[in-house]
Write a protein of this length. Sequence first.
Length: 202
Amino acid sequence: MRCIPKQRRTRAVRSIFAALLIAGFLIYAVPPASGAMGIRVPAWPFTALAFVCLIAAVYLLVRYEMTGFQYIIRPRTETDDTGFVTAYATGHPVIYDMLPEQLDFAVLKSQGARPGAMECLLSLGDLAAVHPLRRNRRDGMTKSDLRQRYASDGYVWYDYTLTLGIDDALALVFRDGQRMIGVLIEADEEMRAYFTTLKPGK
């Protein structure tokens, strides 16, 4: 089973990117404009702030426009050297017929034109819990709630969502020795249904 999320807020990402660039340009132009009017101001604070805006704009573009993820659930024993071709060839039904201990969950990450590289590989047999996440506490569990819930277990988490400000992420919590690992994904309906019907830890 494979899921490739798409950026659902492209317009927002591009609007914020443009706003950051414009803000950076205007901030950078303050010292020269002030000097032309006979007002002397130190240039370095404005240059530093403009640089921060530029870095934020580039980060936003790379993280939410140029980055891609693939989530893959695959049989553990049927992989080639890359770990994926044979799993695809087996088709979806075999996934549903297998025990979690026989399956792996993998995340591939790509940026720009570079091919995807594996970022995450975990056994579904180590899956401890599945939590739908919301941005607001009144709508359900948030990222902050999740961290607090597993804080005593040495909880660390990795965000593999793509949509900016996503409000319907899925958190997969895995056991990793003495600690818990949280993996945040933006699953499609099929993968979400698979994980929500799975019995973690059984």
